[in-house]
Design a protein. Structure first.
Length: 638
């Protein structure tokens, strides 16, 4: 890709499905497309679940950003709840050396600050409630004060109360998280405390105001007859609510447009741009609403929202049920490929870390010592699914520094990078290109979580299969000699025995018994005895090639079994066994000799002959060999 022709802009945000982010990012996209630039939007949904482990998995997407690959950066760090993450992102952006725009944050004068005058608009709202509607006892619900916008609005409220000669009662100043559930919870606690209902509740954003309104209405309070309530942001939900919410309209689209304009034309842009916001006085404070004048537009918007939501829920239900039966990544790719066109995107990629399955350990101590990936991405990534306008492909490997397995050669494209994880465990990320789904659908986050849960299910299935394989190996393997134990021998021997009967072939069985193990244990210790058994097992294993199997049948007893045998196979096998044993003794140089007796039979088999009766025959031949060894030893001593 020729980067001199197409400029690339990074947007860093959280919760892009919310109206504030929608407005700002839409403005930035419009400006980028006018200038033939591409946008890569890195977004998390951190803080939504009130789960620290989940947030860690979400915020990890920001570690993917390779700032050196961009010509400009737009920061909506005011949407990110984690202070440490915000600071890290700002530091990395400054260090990149490229132009950086930041929304509503004057703490970094070296950056282009595009802000909306929260202070003036909040002052107008508070003055309106006091002077027009006569409110004196006012409750304020603030966002988190580490957020610059929340702090500006709160300070403006306090100063305006003082200007009007009113005392801001500390017990009526509530602090939440900018979310609807937070506003509802704060009002619930306030009312449950027995404190009197205030004249008005002024909220730092619409979401908290609507949550508070829902709690009040459920308790039988009327708005605005019993209590006035106001918000801030002029969201669609605020205007669609009944009564319509008195709020503040902010030029979000213009803010995003100017933020992108600043990084594309840094030489002709002032460091600070302040846009004005304007109050919207309507039903929730007792003012006249113009809703009846816009009823047609209201009905169109409401129908569109409901219809899109129904479509998305049906889509989500179908894909969830399909993914529930995915047993491996191939299944998942096949299922997702059949649904992606519903996202109305040009491209959809799933990118996985090289270690996404997580390490499987046969030693529990290693599993405790090793942690799965929670920070960053592997140097090499894979893309098992690249869906592009109906065509499905994959990328076996690409560098995470490149961020994407597919570059856009043209400008005007918008790609959303979203985290793929289970709790704090990092699997990879998604890339959705040229689609409204990530910002406009209320179910984008739900879909991402469902796919992530499916990947986790597949990972667990892989580990379950590996665990079962390991348990099976332990069941059939002698842990000291690392060859079959009696269980493994019986299972494998049955199959060889069955084939020998079907094919009319002879079977060879060698029974081996170690000589003098007790003497080694008594004179040199059991550790040396175990060593001797291991070396004998190695010799037996070397003699068990060409379709033969071997096993430790008892304490110092071993067995070799093979099909398709002839009488002529006995002597070569036993000679090879003795020669290898001699070579082993020479090689290890121990003060003792590893010795064993072997007895071998080659016999016809039939369904009425038991395998163990044949093993007994081989055992008897071996025993005769052992007796001859003892007699020979006795005669040499005499």
């Amino acid at each position: 890709m020729d980067r001199t022709k197409v400029r690339n802009i990074a947007i860093v945000a959280a919760g892009i499905d919310e109206e504030y982010q929608n407005g700002v990012i839409s403005g930035a996209i419009a400006c980028a497309r006018e200038n033939n630039a591409n946008i890569s939007c890195f977004s998390a949904f951190g803080g939504v679940m009130s789960n620290a482990a989940y947030d860690m998995g979400e915020y990890n997407i920001y570690s993917l950003i390779n700032y050196s690959r961009f010509d400009g950066i737009i920061l909506l760090t005011n949407t990110i709840g984690d202070t440490a993450e915000k600071e890290k992102i700002i530091r990395s952006s400054v260090a990149s050396g490229v132009p950086v725009s930041i929304l509503d944050n004057a703490d970094h004068p070296e950056l282009f600050n595009i802000s909306i005058n929260n202070t003036a608009a909040m002052r107008e709202i508070v003055n309106h409630i006091i002077k027009v509607h006569g409110a004196k006892k006012i409750c304020f619900i603030s966002g988190p004060l580490n957020n610059p916008e929340a702090n500006d609005r709160y300070q403006s409220y306090l100063s305006t109360m003082t200007e009007n000669g009113l005392i801001s009662d500390a017990t009526m100043n509530l602090f939440s998280d900018f979310r609807s559930s937070g506003g509802r919870e704060e009002i619930r606690k306030y009312l449950d405390s027995g404190r009197p209902l205030p004249d008005a509740i002024i909220c730092a954003n619409d979401a908290m105001a609507l949550g508070a309104a829902a709690e009040l209405e459920e308790r039988g309070y009327r708005i605005p007859e019993d209590v006035i309530i106001t918000g801030f942001d002029n969201t669609e939900n605020a205007s669609h609510h009944y009564p319509a919410l008195t709020t503040v309209s902010r030029p979000l689209f213009d803010a995003g447009y100017k933020a992108c304009q600043a990084v594309l034309n840094p030489g002709s842009t002032p460091k600070s741009t302040v846009l004005d916001a304007s109050p919207v006085y309507t039903e929730s404070c007792g003012c006249r609403s113009d809703l009846h004048e816009n009823i047609a537009e209201y009905k169109r918007n409401t129908y569109r929202l409901i219809n899109n939501c129904r479509f998305d829920i049906a889509f989500l239900n179908r894909i969830t049920s399909e993914l529930a039966v995915a047993d491996n990544t191939d299944d998942e790719v096949r299922i997702l490929s059949s649904f992606i066109d519903r996202l109305r995107c040009d491209r959809f990629c799933i990118c996985l870390c090289s270690d996404w399955e997580g390490a499987f350990h046969t030693d529990w101590r290693s599993a405790v010592d090793d942690e799965y990936r929670t920070h960053g991405y592997t140097k090499k990534m894979s893309a098992p699914l690249i869906w592009e306008k109906g065509n499905v492909s994959s990328a076996e490997s690409f560098n995470s520094d490149d961020m994407t397995p597919v570059y856009d050669s043209s400008g005007g494209n918008v790609s959303y990078y979203l985290p793929l994880h289970f709790r704090e465990r990092c699997f990879g990320y998604y890339i959705i290109t040229n689609s409204d789904f990530p910002m406009k659908s209320m179910l984008c986050h739900s879909l991402m979580m469902n796919i992530s849960n499916s990947v986790e299910n597949i990972r667990k299935l892989l580990h379950l299969h590996m665990s079962l394989d390991e348990l099976d190996r332990l069941y059939v393997t002698d842990p000291l000699c690392n060859i079959y134990n009696r269980n493994g021998f019986i299972r494998e021997a049955k199959e060889i025995y069955r084939r020998s009967i079907e094919q009319g072939k002879k079977l060879m069985i060698s029974f081996i018994d170690m000589d003098g193990l007790k003497l080694i244990n008594d004179n040199y210790g059991h550790k040396e005895g175990d060593f001797a058994l291991q070396k004998l097992a190695d010799v037996i294993k070397e003699c068990s090639l060409s379709g033969r199997i071997c096993a430790r049948f008892g304490g110092d007893e071993f067995i070799i079994l093979g099909g398709d045998a002839e009488e002529a196979d006995i002597e070569p096998l036993e000679n090879a066994f003795r020669n290898r044993l001699d070579s082993t003794n020479t090689l290890i140089g121990k003060p003792y000799q590893i010795s064993a007796s072997i007895g071998t039979i080659v016999t016809d088999v039939s369904a009425d002959i038991q395998l163990f009766s044949l093993i007994t025959q081989a055992d008897e031949i071996m025993y005769e060999q052992k007796k001859k060894k003892k007699t020979s030893r006795y005669l040499r001593k005499a």
